[in-house]
Ligand binder design. Sequence first.
Ligand SMILES: Cc1cc2nc3c(=O)[nH]c(=O)nc-3n(C[C@H](O)[C@H](O)[C@H](O)COP(=O)(O)OP(=O)(O)OC[C@H]3O[C@@H](n4cnc5c(N)ncnc54)[C@H](O)[C@@H]3O)c2cc1C
Length: 300
Amino acid sequence: MAIEDIIQRNVVLKPFTTMKTGGAAAYFAEPSSEEEIKALLDHARENSIDTFILGNGSNVIAADAGYDGLVIRIGNKMSDIRVTDDPEDPEYRLISAQAGCLLSKFGNRAASEGLDGAEFACGIPGSVGGAVFMNAGAYGTEIKDIAWEVQYIEDGQCKTVRANPDMFGYRTSFFAQGQRIVTGFTARLKKGDRERIESYVRELRDKRAASQPLTVPSCGSTFKRPEGYFAGKLIQDSGLKGFSLDDSGAQVSPKHAGFVVNNEGRAGSEDIKRLIKYIQDKVFEDSGVKLECEVRFLGG
Ligand SMILES: Cc1cc2nc3c(=O)[nH]c(=O)nc-3n(C[C@H](O)[C@H](O)[C@H](O)COP(=O)(O)OP(=O)(O)OC[C@H]3O[C@@H](n4cnc5c(N)ncnc54)[C@H](O)[C@@H]3O)c2cc1C
């Protein structure tokens, strides 16, 4: 099959983002292997087409005008998980997933195997690839803390790297520099007590549900945590909790001021972006702190 056969034309991105906004990508493909990813990249390069790698779209705002390039969505066609013994230490096991596996599935599998340390991942709605790229984290643990090995594509080559903490920063990583496409991830986790681990997963899930607007479209925390502050607290102190500029549907969540939500999926990305800019300006005016976006932008 020629690689063109898996490329679709004019695919609306809204259903592929948790913010539920976004126009059409000129080209869109969901590869099922590393070979297909490489072939897509070759095809795009030969035809001077820009590319964007999309995971579960839980941290991306896609432009209303769409994207005049190729979106390569690494999703459930590349989502296998495997658990093996650590040949070097019987106290540990290795859990590996392809990049398109949901991070929650990864975390839940680790918990059900009685493996300690990936509980934080159960409530984060991204893919494994997006989580590695972003160094996703919650409740004091990040991808960096459990990463053992990462597979990625760079310059048309499949590579494997043994992870080390220096590869990860706050909501960024080595894989966010240049064009590196994460295709697989392995964590090394200690064997633990399954009941205790599963109960901790439930505790974190309840905590999240109590404090975050999980039933309304959003990208989670809109802004990075500024050093020494909490974005949500600064926004709340500026009187913006529950604030909206208009009736577009874009609103600062009344439940968690760090989240910009898209009520009923009515707002477009421009409405969301206008609100983000307003929040940044108001918080800067009130506190002198510059809020930097954690969400990433596709097109526009
Ligand atoms: C309700 C809610 C709660 C959230 N809570 C948290 C939280 O607690 N902690 C946290 O850290 N985040 C949280 N997030 C944000 C988001 O889930 C994470 O950033 C997640 O890691 C993004 O993964 P994704 O697959 O959705 O990536 P996408 O949103 O699809 O992409 C994000 C970035 O990663 C790149 N990317 C994606 N996949 C790959 C790949 N395979 N190779 C290379 N680059 C890639 C994209 O190009 C883009 O720049 C939350 C989001 C929501 C909606």
